[in-house]
Design a protein around this ligand. Structure first.
Ligand SMILES: [Zn+2]
Length: 116
């Protein structure tokens, strides 16, 4: 299965889809994946840390190491799937980003420059 990313650890999207040659330079996920991760993981990890502390009362150094590893793993592991999902949402619900480049005289905004 082909990826829309250049490399395994690269968050840059390819210029075009390998399968359908969709122009992926029009995709614009911006800060969406990072913001989504901050809100969701912050809301989940802090109560989890409090619960773990309440039940097992581990030392503070355990919390520092354990939750750093968990948070980093979840962030790194979920960034690509979330970015892909947000690009999919953009293509599904804001198709005009792709359509307006085919007929340049469209009156909609064209400030979506190429992004990462
Ligand atoms: Zn495709």
């Amino acid at each position: 299965m082909a990826s829309i990313y250049d490399g395994l650890f690269d968050l840059n999207v390819r210029k075009a889809c390998v399968n359908c040659e969709l122009d992926l330079t029009k995709s614009d996920s911006a800060d969406g994946p990072a913001v989504f991760l901050i809100f969701v993981l912050g809301a989940l990890l802090v109560p989890a840390a409090l619960l773990l502390d309440h039940i097992f009362s581990p030392s503070l150094i355990f919390h520092a190491i354990f939750w750093t590893i968990i948070a980093l793993a979840l962030c790194v592991g979920m960034l690509k799937p979330l970015k892909s999902y947000i690009i999919t949402l953009q293509y599904t619900y804001r198709r005009s980003d792709w359509d307006e480049t085919e007929n340049e005289d469209a009156e909609t905004d064209t400030d979506h420059e190429k992004n990462s």
